[in-house]
Ligand binder design. Structure first.
Ligand SMILES: Nc1ncnc2c1ncn2[C@@H]1O[C@H](COP(=O)(O)OP(=O)(O)OP(=O)(O)O)[C@@H](O)[C@H]1O
Ligand SMILES: [Mg+2]
Length: 252
């Protein structure tokens, strides 16, 4: 049975998609079979993986909306170890229709848990904000990773996500969901305040913040221009090193 990890934060631009992509690639490089799932209407993960989200016939939208569509009809494979359920712009519509038409929010959970494919890890990317798409991911997941930027507003998104975890555990069909860790991102060692933000984070949430810290690293934003993730584009960069350390932390 795969470990299903959701990566979420109400706040935008904190490194959710970057984490899903690089963590997924590192896990696959260690021989794990990895499925990445894009639930974001912005579909950045899908674009990073080389697809045009406007041209896809099927996407995670199909899985959420149509129970007769199976994973195999939606999934794109990359070699033997990585697969992607792409996202598409119509996921924004899915978010509305799922509420209006009362689609079951547990559909993604069922699809991922009843598939005939064997994955070691499923990593789900979610949109900023906390809507039914994020809730679908949390209902499906075993564990949640919350990337948090090491800046003055760092803690804002965390409380909202913790509340959602409680709801999902208590009444939405996934009592097992647990916070795997808060992941500090965009850490700038030259900033006067980032080390203080990080130590405040660790003090507020003892034992719940990863030891690994993802540094601010321009190579991360450069990598997509070369059509790559930072772990492949600049394997010796501080960010690539940090994503390998994150995988180590998850695997132990
Ligand atoms: N450690 C980092 N150092 C420098 N730039 C980064 C880092 N992590 C991510 N970025 C860049 O910051 C931007 C936002 O990152 P990303 O898309 O991963 O965030 P997100 O949380 O998924 O955003 P959204 O909420 O819009 O989905 C991207 O341009 C990405 O390349
Ligand atoms: Mg994103």
């Amino acid at each position: 049975m795969a470990q299903i990890l959701a990566v979420a934060n109400q706040k935008g631009g904190v490194g959710k998609t970057t984490t899903v992509l690089n963590l997924g690639l590192v896990l696959a490089s260690r021989g794990n079979r990895v499925l990445l799932v894009d639930l974001d209407p912005q579909a950045s993960l899908t674009v990073f993986m080389g697809y045009d989200p406007y041209r896809l016939k099927r996407s995670s939208y199909s899985l959420l909306m149509y129970p007769e569509i199976s994973l195999v009809r939606v999934m794109q494979t990359f070699g033997s170890l990585i697969a992607l359920v792409p996202g598409s712009v119509d996921l924004a519509t899915a978010a509305i229709r799922m509420v209006q038409e009362q689609h079951p929010l547990g559909r993604l959970r069922t699809v991922l848990r009843e598939t005939q494919f064997t994955f070691d890890y499923v990593v789900i990317d979610t949109p900023p904000g906390l809507n039914v798409l994020t809730v679908s991911a949390l209902i499906a997941a075993d564990q949640l990773i919350i990337p948090v930027q090491c800046n003055y507003a760092a803690m804002q998104g965390i409380k909202a996500v913790q509340d959602i975890i409680r709801h999902v555990c208590e009444g939405m069909g996934n009592p097992e969901l647990r916070l795997r860790g808060v992941l500090p991102t965009f850490f700038d060692s030259e900033s006067l305040f980032a080390p203080k933000v990080l130590s405040d984070m660790r003090a507020l949430m003892p034992g719940q913040v990863f030891n690994t810290v993802i540094p601010y690293d321009p190579s991360v934003a450069d990598a997509p221009h070369a059509g790559k993730a930072v772990v492949d584009y600049a394997p010796d960069s501080p960010a690539a090193e940090a994503y390998r350390a994150l995988a180590n932390e998850l695997l132990t």
